[in-house]
Design a binder for this molecule. Structure first.
Ligand SMILES: Nc1ncnc2c1ncn2[C@@H]1O[C@H](COP(=O)(O)OP(=O)(O)OP(=O)(O)O)[C@@H](O)[C@H]1O
Ligand SMILES: [Mg+2]
Length: 287
C-alpha cells in the first residue's frame, strides 16, 4: 500500500478534530466536563456585558458538586467552573437547572401559561398533543427556553434575577445565589423574622413585581418559595411561566395572585403589605 502525505484540507472534515490545548480533558472524572459555554449558539449565552466573575475560558472544566434541590419540574445542581491551566487560575460557582424530560415530570403549569405562545413546528405540536417521549422532550426544552428568555430579558431590564450564563437544550446555567463555600441562599419562606429586614425585603419584592410589570409581565408563580434572600438582598427565580399581562387572557388574574400571595406572606409576619395596592400599581404599569 502506498502512503501519501495529506495536507490538512485534503482530509475529510469528519476526521478532523478541534485541537484542545488542554491535557486535563483526558483526565475528566464522571462528574466533570469541559465547559459548554462556547459550544452553544451565541444567542444561548447570556447578555452583555458579561459579569467579571464568570469564568469564560474555553478550557475551563465544569464539575458537578451535587444536587441543590430537586423540584417539581427540574432539578437544580451546584456546578463549579474552573480553569485548570494557564497563568491565572480562576473559578466560579453556577447553578444548573435541568428540566426533566422523563415521565416523572408533572406538567401542572402547561395549559394556562402557554396561551398565546405558538408552537411552530407541526411535528412538535403533534408530539406535544400525544404526549410521546419525544413530545415530553420538546416540552422540557420549551420550558427551559421560556425560562432562559425570561431570565435574559429580566436581567437586561434590571430585575434582580440570577445572571443567565447559557442555555443548552434542557439545561440552564445561571449565577449561583449563595456563599462562596456553596451554601445556597435560603428561600424567603425559610427566612428569620427580623422586622426591619422583613420590611426591607418587602420593598424589594414590590420592586420585583413593578419592574416585571413595566416589562409587561407577571411572574405567574410568585411566592416566598421563588424568592431567595441572600443576606439582605432579594433575588427572584423560577421564571419559565412568566406571562404577558395584556396578551394572556389570564394575565391580570395571575398578576393579582402574585401580588396578593407575596403581600399575604409579609402581612402574616407583621409587615404592612398591601397586595391590592401593589396590584393596582403594577397593572397600571403593565397596561
Ligand atoms: N440560581 C440559584 N442559586 C441558588 N439556588 C437556586 C438557584 N436556582 C434555584 N435554586 C434552588 O433550587 C430550588 C428550585 O429552583 P426552581 O424554583 O427554579 O425550580 P422548580 O423546579 O420550579 O422547583 P419548585 O418546584 O421547588 O418550585 C430553589 O427553591 C432554590 O432553593
Ligand atoms: Mg420554584
Amino acid at each position: 500500500m502506498q502512503h501519501s502525505s495529506h495536507r490538512i484540507d485534503d482530509v475529510d472534515p469528519f476526521f478532523v478534530f478541534d485541537y484542545t490545548p488542554l491535557d486535563a480533558a483526558d483526565h475528566l472524572t464522571t462528574d466533570q466536563r469541559l465547559t459548554t459555554y462556547w459550544d452553544v449558539e451565541a444567542g444561548n449565552r447570556g447578555p452583555a456585558p458579561v459579569p467579571t466573575w464568570l469564568v469564560q475560558d474555553s478550557g475551563a472544566v465544569d464539575t458537578d458538586l451535587g444536587v441543590l434541590k430537586t423540584g417539581k419540574e427540574a432539578d437544580v445542581f451546584l456546578v463549579e467552573r474552573a480553569t485548570v491551566t494557564g497563568a491565572s487560575d480562576s473559578s466560579c460557582l453556577l447553578a444548573a437547572k435541568r428540566y426533566r424530560d422523563a415521565d416523572h415530570r408533572s406538567f401542572h403549569r402547561s395549559a394556562i401559561y402557554a396561551e398565546g405562545r405558538g408552537v411552530r413546528r407541526s411535528r412538535d405540536q403533534r408530539a406535544l398533543a400525544k404526549g410521546t417521549a419525544y413530545g415530553r422532550q420538546v416540552a422540557a426544552g420549551r420550558w427551559a427556553y421560556a425560562e432562559w428568555e425570561a431570565l435574559c430579558r429580566a436581567w437586561e431590564h434590571g430585575v434582580p434575577v440570577p445572571y443567565p450564563v447559557s442555555l443548552d437544550g434542557t439545561e440552564i446555567l445561571m449565577e449561583f445565589i449563595g456563599d462562596d463555600d456553596g451554601e445556597a441562599a435560603p428561600r424567603l419562606a425559610a427566612c428569620g423574622h427580623d422586622a426591619d429586614l422583613l420590611d426591607h425585603l418587602w420593598q424589594q419584592a414590590r420592586e420585583v413585581v413593578l419592574q416585571l410589570a413595566e416589562r409587561g409581565w407577571a411572574h405567574g408563580d410568585l411566592s416566598a418559595y421563588n424568592l431567595l434572600a441572600h443576606r439582605h438582598r432579594l433575588v427572584v427565580i423560577d421564571l419559565p411561566q412568566v406571562v404577558d399581562v395584556i396578551t394572556n387572557p389570564q394575565g391580570p388574574e395571575l398578576l393579582h395572585r402574585d401580588c396578593t400571595t407575596v403581600a399575604a406572606w409579609f402581612g402574616q409576619r407583621g409587615v404592612g403589605a398591601d397586595g391590592e395596592a401593589l396590584f393596582a400599581e403594577a397593572l397600571a404599569l403593565a397596561t
